[in-house]
Design a protein around this ligand. Structure first.
Ligand SMILES: Nc1nc2c(ncn2[C@@H]2O[C@H](COP(=O)(O)OP(=O)(O)O)[C@@H](O)[C@H]2O)c(=O)[nH]1
Ligand SMILES: [Mg+2]
Length: 183
């Protein structure tokens, strides 16, 4: 497989678009504009092509976000480490992703490590036993690129990638009916 689709999801303002723009060699921007629907960027590295989908965490774009996860080889759930609602946000997005992408590998990026962390999260420590976690700050471009390279190498080398699968809700893990399936 030479083409990989990676989808960035997570709460609004967690820094998804900032991470993507750092990967595009743009400088950190405190006033970065909000993602409308979904953005897309494609790059090639060592004969492999990567498509990165940057989604919106806003409720009004929820259908676009769910639809953007379709066909992903990897889903990255991004969260703001400095938020005092970090557990709620991570739980919410994990539930959404597991509902619609039951077999796609999931990894987490905790962003904004340049800011003070409110308190250590037991919930995240527990999740860390089951999912890979990476931590970064969009203010540190080397760190963002390093983390992304690690993720890409990790997923390719460890055969974590599964074939692209259709969005299908898990029977045992339905969430609110307002989240729609685009099978
Ligand atoms: N301090 C700090 N601010 C960040 C970081 N990443 C993003 N931001 C800021 O957080 C806000 C939301 O970022 P954005 O990338 O639009 O988040 P998105 O909604 O998840 O795409 C913007 O003001 C960014 O400049 C970070 O690592 N550290
Ligand atoms: Mg955005």
């Amino acid at each position: 497989m030479n083409s990989f689709k990676i989808c960035l999801v997570g709460e609004s303002a967690s820094g998804k678009s900032s991470i993507l723009s750092i990967l595009q060699n743009k400088p950190f921007n405190q006033n970065i504009s909000q993602t409308i629907g979904c953005d897309y960027w494609r790059y090639t590295q060592e004969n492999k092509s990567f498509e990165i989908y940057d989604t919106s965490g806003l409720d009004k774009f929820k259908y676009t976000t769910i639809n953007s996860m379709k066909g992903s080889n990897l889903i990255i759930i991004c969260f703001d480490c400095s938020s005092n609602k970090v557990d709620q946000h991570v739980e919410k997005w994990l539930k959404i992703v597991r509902t619609y992408k039951s077999v796609t590998p999931i990894i987490f990026i905790g962003n904004k490590i340049d800011k003070p962390i409110k308190q250590e999260s037991k919930y995240i420590n527990r999740l860390n036993q089951y999912y890979p976690f990476y931590f970064t700050s969009s203010k540190d471009s080397q760190k963002v690129k390093g983390v992304f390279n690690e993720i890409v190498n990790h997923i390719i080398q460890s055969n974590l990638i599964v074939e692209r699968v259709q969005i299908r809700p898990r029977q045992d893990d339905q969430i609110k009916s307002s989240w729609c399936c685009f099978c």
